[in-house]
Design a binder for this molecule. Structure first.
Ligand SMILES: [Fe+2]
Length: 465
């Protein structure tokens, strides 16, 4: 009997020890809580810590403690790896104050990190963002500069417009772990806000959905938030392409987008800028076979033939100011345009533009390298570059927004910059209700459908369509 009890105790201890081998926190990252007083802190362990996850934090000392919750994520790969994702929502943060923090539990603690709480909408500040997409583990050319600039305090938040790790699910999601470690020198210091891309598609986007914590309490696929004088709307272009996960989510998202745009429109006196972020662009001039190249974009024009759930008219209707995209491994700035009509005839097309401005920024670096351009782009293409790089954006005030592109091939040189200057943020149609005030002349560009001879056999991304 004693022997049996001893055996049970030994086995129990063995199981307990086995279950708590990998309990050191890692992959620490921040995300905005949707209010300046709130910040999410998320990290992982590979075994269950069997207690509440904790963040100790404060101004100059670890004076406060908050507990959170843990979710168990099982990757869909053959090994069915388990990852424990810990989340704590920091509250009562003081706008503009710097905090130190570390995360963990009595099983183990992270390094010390720091962040500055964002200011409020009415604090008359000019939030600064790094904007990029398509950054993987291999060949992440912009990573060093973004790490350096973040830790020098040049950004208030990061906007990663989809496609990360390449891919998060690869090698039983070990690549996802590696990516999250790789961005920790950025994401542990400023909010790292994400958009889902096609490279996150495995197992119904489960690595993306489970590893991040975006505001709104949803699946991280569609959400919105205000920073400074800008309202950001994040959505999934991938619902239109990975329909094996359900058609209904296209309709659900469209409805959510319209409701969010209505609320944002009602708040434009206080938060005038509306910026959308989706992964696959409506317009581009790259040399591949994506939605925006030689095809009529589904994102732009809606589902084939019936044109349902088209996003271009929706965004135009509510006067979206700026649309940020990625997916193409390049940078491209467009003139204001709507319905294949480009408005570039005035001295400054970005001063009170009569249509949204689109930017594609997907050249932060990945193993697929950069994408070349077609030789003769459509007239809406204002500037384009296949250099590796990332964008910087400052929402200067209610009337001015600044955007620039950094080239990592040219040692951090700024290769493009522009201001959007708007006196009125209203639906575009309302700008021209007065017959005496009509929009500048636009130039309609018909779709050129035939496949050019030089294109044949050079498709790089056909398998993703
Ligand atoms: Fe992509």
């Amino acid at each position: 009997m004693i022997s049996l009890i001893s055996s049970i105790v030994i086995v129990s201890c063995f199981v307990f020890i086995q279950a708590q081998v990998y309990v050191q926190p890692e992959q620490v990252h921040l995300s905005y809580g949707g209010d300046p007083s709130l910040m999410w802190v998320t990290w992982v362990t590979f075994d269950d810590i069997s207690t509440a996850p904790v963040v100790e934090f404060g101004i100059g000392a670890l004076s406060d403690t908050l507990k959170g919750n843990t979710t168990k994520f099982i990757d869909g790969g053959t090994q069915q790896r388990t990852i424990y994702v810990h989340r704590v929502l920091l509250n009562n943060l003081k706008a503009g104050q710097s905090y130190i923090y570390h995360v963990g539990s009595d099983k183990g603690w992270s390094s010390m990190f720091y962040f500055t709480a964002l200011k409020g909408v009415d604090d008359n500040w000019s939030p600064r963002f790094a904007v990029f997409g398509d950054m993987g583990n291999k060949n992440a050319r912009s990573l060093a500069n973004i790490q350096q600039e973040t830790q020098h305090g040049h950004f208030d938040a990061i906007l990663h417009v989809g496609d990360m790790a390449y891919n998060m699910d690869t090698n039983n999601a070990l690549i996802g772990d590696q990516f999250m470690r790789q961005i920790e020198p950025i994401a542990a210091y400023v909010p790292y806000m994400t958009v889902v891309g096609n490279h996150e598609n495995a197992y119904n986007f489960s690595n993306y959905v489970n590893r991040f914590t975006m505001p709104g309490g949803g699946s991280n696929l569609m959400y919105s938030f205000d920073i400074g004088r800008a309202h950001f709307i994040v959505f999934s272009t991938e619902f239109y392409f990975f329909v094996e996960y359900g058609w209904q989510q296209i309709a659900n998202q469209y409805q959510w987008l319209e409701e969010d745009l209505k609320k944002a429109s009602a708040n434009r006196e206080r938060v005038p800028w509306i910026v959308t972020m989706g992964h696959r662009p409506m317009y581009c001039s790259n040399w591949d076979s994506d939605d925006c190249t030689k095809f009529e974009s589904i994102i732009r024009g809606g589902l084939p033939y019936i044109h349902a759930y088209a996003l271009e008219p929706l965004f135009y209707k509510y006067g979206v100011d700026l649309e940020l995209w990625a997916h193409e491994h390049s940078y491209e700035r467009m003139y204001p345009l709507y319905n294949r009509t480009v408005y570039n005839t005035t001295d400054d097309p970005y001063h009170n533009p009569p249509a949204p401005v689109h930017v594609v920024t997907g050249s932060a670096g990945c193993q697929e390298n950069t994408d070349p351009f077609v030789p003769n782009p459509s007239p809406w293409s204002a500037f384009r570059s296949s250099d590796y790089g990332y964008s910087r954006m400052t929402v200067h005030n209610k009337t001015h927004l600044y955007f620039e592109q950094v080239s990592d091939d040219q040692k951090g040189a700024v290769i493009d910059s522009f201001w959007i200057h708007k006196e009125k943020h209203v639906p575009f149609m309302r700008l021209y209700e007065d017959e005496a005030n009509q929009p500048p002349a636009g130039h309609y560009v018909p779709l050129d459908m035939p496949t050019p001879h030089w294109f044949k056999g050079k498709c790089k991304k056909c398998s993703q369509l």
